[in-house]
Structure formats: C-alpha cells, structure tokens
Design a binder for this molecule. Structure first.
Ligand code: IMP
Ligand code: MG
Length: 310
C-alpha cells in the first residue's frame, strides 16, 4: 500500500485560515462548520504515479478531510461530463489507498445541497409543482405498517421513547406510532437548519421535554440525506446516556451520504432527488400531500444546466 506524503505544515481548519481556490469550497466549509463537522483543507497529498527514478509524476490532494468522519471530500464544480480526469484519479486512489475513504461531490450535488438549505436559486415568484409521485399513499402505508411490526418485535418487553425531529416527521410519526403495539412515549425536538451566509452552528431550537437517560430511545427521521443532521443529533443524544439508541428513517437518500450514520430501520431507499409530501416540504409547502413526490421548477433546471469552470 502507498502512503500519503507527510504534511508540510498543519492544514487550515478555519475559514479565516484557509485560502480557498473556489468560493464553493468556502460555502462547503461554512456548511460543515454549521454542523460542527471538523475539517482540514487540503491536508494531504497522495502520490498516484512514480517515475522509474522514484519521482512523483502524478498526485492527488483532496479538498477536505472531515476529521470526525474520517472521510476525504473532493468538490468538483465542473459539469459532470468534464470530470473524467477526476474519476480516473479517484479510481487510482481507491486502488492504491484502499483504506482511505473519499467522496466526490459534483456540482449538481453541491448545488442541490445548498438549495436544500435555501441558498441560491429559488425565489418566491417561481412556480413549483409536483412532477412525479415516487411513493403512493398505499405504498407508504404498507411499509410503515411493516416497520411498526418490526419495531414491536424488537422492543418487546421495553417501553421505547420515540424522538422525532420537527416538522418533516409529523406524518411518519403519527402513522408509525399507531403501528407499534407497545407502551411507548413520544417526544419532539426541533433543530435549526443551515441558511447560507451566516455564522453559528446547528442548535436545538426546541429541546426534548423529558430526560432520555436510561431510556430506549428510537430516533424517528423523515429523511436522511447527507446525514449531517442525524450525525449531530446522535452525538448529542448519546451524550445523555440513553439505555439504547436506534434510528428509523422513512426515506434514505443514500447516494448523497456524507456522514455515514447507521440506520437501524429504513422505509425506502430513494434516488437523489428532492422530494416533498407526507410531511416533507419545499419552502414549507407540500407537507400535506398524502404521497411522496418529486418537484418541478424552472430555476432548478436552469441551475443544474449552468456551466462554470473551476
Ligand atoms: P441531512 O442533514 O442532509 O441528512 O438532511 C436531513 C434533513 O434535510 C431532513 O430531515 C429534511 O428536513 C431535509 N431534507 C433532505 N432531503 C430532503 C428532500 O428531498 N425533501 C425535503 N426535505 C429534505
Ligand atoms: Mg428533518
């Protein structure tokens, strides 16, 4: 196995220190700061190819290292069609450094990541409408029923405390709890979400009403996307020393995972598309749809087809 070059100097770990090559990198760093995910900017160089004389002919320095997640992230603001060279380097990386976890975030991942947090793109005048039903009301009902039965089996003899994160989880929580045939309690919390150019970090806007110490806690999540929200939540709740802590997520957008928090129960794996309905919103709308659907928006199309050089 090859080894990365020793770091020349301590890598920058704050926005003030780092001299970012691109503004998308700074925005990404802000997002990480918000979720208190510690990062280092371009901390390591990985040699990919040596000449006969041992000289390094080709190397790769991923943009970020996420310390707590032990994960390298490479941002690419190039259009997806123009990243073949990065793909090749990434393939070499995984061959030569099989123990190193690295993830490539494309321009479209990156834009949709920011758009999710309301940064860039949408304005209140555009018209957004449902494009396609991804999961029908009856599909959801059947699956939630099954999840309830599984949870009932696993928690027999216990009195779980279901913890939901507002507001997206309302429909799922209401249906799931009615399919768990055990004595249980329910509590909710709400946490702030990233709003772009701001300082500060994720925080509990409304904390739980009861103590979770020594309780069998089951976090109920509507959707896990990058995993950064859940990662933060799990860390916070673990510190309160529950007897057990598990997670049930209705929707798993696995393709976009950055923080790989284990999910104990999953309703559906869904593709990397923004979805609404059954509690999930776009700009606070569509939560009342009885199904889960993708949306259509003109500015969505404009943005993802926009080209930009690195
Ligand atoms: P994460 O921190 O990226 O995993 O984001 C999780 C949160 O983002 C969820 O609890 C949702 O509130 C929101 N979210 C992620 N993807 C979607 C989506 O497709 N539609 C609506 N909300 C979403
Ligand atoms: Mg949520």
């Amino acid at each position: 196995m090859m080894r990365p070059l020793p770091a020349k100097a301590p890598a920058p770990t704050t926005i003030e220190e780092a001299r970012f090559a691109h503004e998308s990198e700074e925005e990404f760093a802000r997002l990480l700061d918000f979720y208190r995910v510690r990062w280092e900017y371009e901390p390591r160089t990985f040699p990919l190819r040596h000449g006969d004389d041992g000289r390094i002919l080709e190397a790769f320095s991923p943009d970020f290292y996420l310390v707590d997640l032990d994960l390298y992230v490479e941002l690419t603001t190039l259009r997806q069609g123009l990243v073949t060279d990065k793909h090749r380097k990434l393939r070499l990386m995984t061959e030569l450094y099989p123990d190193v976890q690295i993830k490539l975030l494309y321009k479209r991942d990156y834009l949709s990541l920011l758009r999710k947090y309301g940064v860039g793109g949408f304005n209140e005048h555009e018209s957004v409408s449902v494009r396609e039903v991804l999961l029908s009301a009856s599909q959801i009902e059947r699956r939630v029923n099954e999840l309830g039965a599984e949870i009932t089996r696993d928690y027999t003899g216990k009195e779980p405390l279901l913890v939901g994160v507002l507001k997206g989880v309302t429909c799922f929580m209401a249906d799931l709890m009615r399919h768990i045939a055990l004595p249980l309690s329910v509590d909710f919390m709400s946490i702030s979400s990233y709003e772009g150019d701001q300082s500060g970090a994720v925080r509990f806007v409304q904390d739980l009403g009861e103590s979770i110490t020594e309780r069998d806690v089951l976090i109920v999540e509507d959707i896990v996307d990058t995993g950064m929200t859940l990662n933060h939540l799990v860390r916070q709740l673990k510190a309160r020393e529950p007897a057990s802590l598990r997670v049930v997520a209705l929707l798993d957008k696995r393709a976009r995972r950055i923080a790989d928090v284990p999910l104990d129960y999953i309703g559906f794996e869904i593709p990397d598309e923004f979805v609404v309905g059954y509690g999930l919103d776009y700009a606070q709308k569509f939560r009342n749809l009885p199904f889960v659907a993708t949306i259509r928006s003109d500015s969505l199309r404009d943005q993802s087809s926009a080209s930009e050089s690195e």
